[in-house]
Design a protein around this ligand. Structure first.
Ligand code: ADP
Length: 320
């Protein structure tokens, strides 16, 4: 089978795995309403359910002083295999070492008999995915504001040889001050050296770079994060990702052929399209670097809002 078949099989396997995991999670991940941290004796109280991913459930967690955190809760019963344990430990190790204003802060991690808890900085204003669902599309100044913050955080990651590999709207959160924070280091990887490559096919279909679909023969590196930044920029301006389709295999075919259009009914500037087109280059070496992206006319000659307001979560701001 060629790489397309391989990628499709992997997508199907991933779907099935996700279903099984969800079934397991609902039966196993019974987080007790009050948890006492064993090592230091600090008590945490569970609050509202925030959401769930393939691996974990997220709850609000309050410490005794009333400070709120987001707690990623992983049922121990679901991490019995060595492979899953190693993955979780790697996520914790990488996330713990990342300290940047635009990265969700790792606070602490502890366990009881049933669960592993990862305490994170609370991001109460949801992710860019929910924002886009509500707003349908954002204004160009808003997207500039968002992109500058994301690029700053990704520059930091890459300077520490970390590839995130799962950058997407659903993994970028707003903090209480409406600054953006990259989260979910579940697929992140530290490269042993700047020039080394990764060979595992992973990511989220709409955001996967073409070289990842090339599979084991090609390998991939830091440029996959640049690609995902291009996909997010497109999605925020046009309302949906460029290679969107119901069928995962069709998404992959479109990605490999670089088959997307700029919807002419949307009012998006020529400069924005130039930048998107360059970022979404099939050849990873032709993509602009993060610094080069910031030098494009769309950034240099365009306006920025001084901040992103809570009102903008639901309404298009005036003047921008
Ligand atoms: P997984 O790694 O299993 O995909 P995620 O890290 O994506 O899990 O978290 C699952 C959900 O929990 C997210 O979709 C989001 O709704 C919520 N969440 C995750 N981190 C935070 C956070 N720091 N603040 C608020 N909500 C969060």
């Amino acid at each position: 089978p060629g790489p397309a078949a391989t990628a499709n099989q992997i997508a199907q396997q991933q779907d099935q795995k996700k279903k099984k995991k969800k079934e397991k999670l609902s039966s196993l991940c019974k987080t007790p309403p009050s948890i006492v941290r064993t090592r230091t004796g600090i008590g945490y109280h569970r609050g509202l359910f925030l959401g769930e991913g393939g691996f974990a459930r997220c709850f609000q967690m309050k410490d005794e002083s009333g400070k709120l955190f987001a707690a990623k809760t992983v049922a121990k019963a679901s991490i019995k295999s060595e492979k899953t344990k190693t993955k979780l430990l790697s996520e914790i190790k990488i996330h713990k070492s990342m300290v940047h204003p635009n990265i969700v802060r790792f606070i602490d991690c502890f366990e009881d008999d049933v669960n592993v808890y990862i305490l994170l900085e609370m991001c109460p204003n949801q992710s860019l995915m929910e924002l886009l669902k509500t707003r349908k599309a954002l204004t160009e100044p808003e997207v500039r504001f968002i992109m500058v913050q994301i690029i700053g955080a990704v520059k930091y990651l890459h300077s520490r040889r970390v590839i995130h590999r799962d950058l997407k709207l659903g993994n970028i959160f707003f903090d209480p001050d409406m600054n953006l924070k990259i989260g979910d280091f579940g697929l992140a990887s530290v490269l042993p050296s700047k020039g080394s490559r990764k060979y595992t096919i992973c990511g989220t279909p709409n955001y996967i770079a073409p070289e990842v679909l090339g599979g084991k023969a090609v390998g991939h590196s830091f440029e996959v994060d640049v690609w995902a930044i291009g996909i997010m920029m497109y999605a925020l301006l046009f309302g949906k990702p460029p290679f969107q389709s119901k069928d995962v295999q069709v998404i992959y075919e479109k990605i490999k052929k670089n088959d997307y259009i700029f919807n002419p009914t949307k009012d998006v500037s020529y400069q924005a399209k130039v930048l998107i087109k360059d970022i979404l280059a099939t050849n990873p070496l032709e993509r602009p670097s993060l610094d080069e992206i910031l030098e494009y006319s769309w950034f240099r000659n365009g306006s920025f809002p001084s901040s992103f307001t809570v009102e903008s979560l639901t309404q298009t701001p005036r003047n921008v």
